[in-house]
Design a binder for this molecule. Structure first.
Ligand SMILES: Cc1cc2nc3c(=O)[nH]c(=O)nc-3n(C[C@H](O)[C@H](O)[C@H](O)COP(=O)(O)O)c2cc1C
Length: 371
């Protein structure tokens, strides 16, 4: 049903227009109490066995919405209504910015993928913080806030920009993510080098503690799939050294491997980050490598190319406590989260593991490669 709707309506529209339209519809439904209760009952039934805890936060389940879909924190309840167990808003930057010129989002339908070079279009940390402060939550859901660098801020002043966003946003964040892995802000990914990342994460940690003295806001870092294996190890070691709460693996890739021959060559050539099915294998590899290095000392979130419950389950077995998705939502529609939950619960029931927590990293432990 959704697939037909996608082909007839969304696929004929500019992808960014379709995105804004979808958000508006979700917001509208979420504003009408009877309707949202009904939709949530259908799309977000809770499976008790999937209840999960990550960095001290209790969640209905492990499946959340990845950053980038709700950049300005305008649709948190709507996405919870669709069944996402946590919603990561952002990336939010210190100052508001328009992002890159349009057209900047492309659908590679035959490859079940997207290419985007949005460039952190967002309303800035002051506005988003005010919105979060005045939010009256309808559904109980965990809200992560993902922060990044303002484009016009020079790299030498990047730490100050992240700190400013932290001071404004940490009070409203259940967890905070330092994004150093988007390919669409020049120089951003250089911050993944440990010499740059150590002072950045330390400064954000201190700022979060100053801004929220009565609660330790969990701090995570989100990394790119394009890091060399030894750089993945270096980030893992740094996370342990700094007592970071989590690592999110991965963001979009600048590589174009894994694309079938089906997508139009002109689309494949678009610059930006590739997400969706072609990213699956590398994201899983990075996750496995991280878990082998950090074990249970740092919580891992698996994201990149997750399309169904089997993909999500494989990430859990590879070490992910939580999993996230974005691109497949475009192709699979509003029943996606429900299908993932149902499939995950079935897999857990028929697995040798009594709880989801027991399943986390089981494949990597079996292979005997954890640190
Ligand atoms: C249009 C679009 C915009 C995105 N914007 C952000 C962003 O602002 N911050 C971020 O950390 N990740 C962003 N991402 C990356 C996603 O959060 C996710 O890491 C990536 O798409 C891989 O997951 P997927 O294959 O399920 O889409 C964006 C992805 C897409 C497709």
């Amino acid at each position: 049903m959704y697939k037909l709707f996608f082909r007839l309506v969304f696929q004929r529209m500019d992808p960014e227009r379709a995105h804004h339209l979808a958000i508006r519809w979700i917001q509208c439904v979420a504003r009408i109490p009877v309707l949202r209760t009904f939709v949530a009952a259908v799309l977000a039934p809770r499976c008790k066995e999937l209840r999960t805890e990550a960095f001290g936060l209790r969640m209905h389940g492990p499946f959340g919405l990845a950053a980038g879909f709700d950049k300005n924190a305008v649709a948190i309840d709507g996405m919870a209504m669709l069944g996402f167990d946590h919603v990561e808003v952002g990336t939010v930057t210190g100052r508001p910015q328009p992002g890159n010129p349009r057209k900047r989002l492309f659908r590679l339908v035959a490859d079940r993928a997207l290419i985007n070079r949005m460039g952190f279009n967002n309303e800035g940390s002051l506005t988003v913080a005010a919105r979060l402060a005045s939010r009256m939550p309808v559904f109980r859901t965990v809200v992560g806030v993902n922060i990044g660098k303002t484009k016009v801020v020079p790299e030498e002043e990047a730490v100050g920009d992240y700190v400013k966003s932290t001071e404004r946003l940490a009070p409203y964040a259940d967890y905070l993510v330092v994004n150093v892995s988007s390919p669409n802000t020049p120089g951003l990914r250089d911050l993944q080098a440990t010499e740059a990342l150590r002072p950045l994460l330390s400064a954000v940690r201190e700022a979060a503690d100053r801004a929220v003295p009565d609660r330790r806001v969990p701090l995570l870092v989100k990394i790119a799939p394009d890091l060399a294996d030894e750089d993945v190890d270096a980030v893992a070691d740094l996370a342990v050294e700094l007592g970071l709460d989590g690592i999110i693996a991965t963001n979009t890739t600048i590589a174009r491997e894994g694309l079938g021959l089906a997508s139009e060559p002109s689309l494949v050539k678009e610059t930006g980050g590739l997400s969706g099915a072609p990213l699956k294998e590398r994201s899983l590899q990075v996750l496995r490598r991280l878990y082998a290095r950090v074990g249970d000392r740092v919580t891992l979130i698996g994201v990149g190319g997750i399309e169904d419950a089997e993909d999500a389950w494989q990430r859990i077995l590879a070490g992910a406590t939580l999993v996230q998705g974005y691109s497949a939502l475009i192709y699979q529609g509003p029943f996606w989260a429900r299908a993932v939950h149902k499939g995950l619960a079935e897999r857990l029931r028929t697995s040798p593991y009594a709880t989801l927590a027991e399943a986390v990293g089981a494949d990597v432990r079996k292979a005997g490669t954890t640190a």
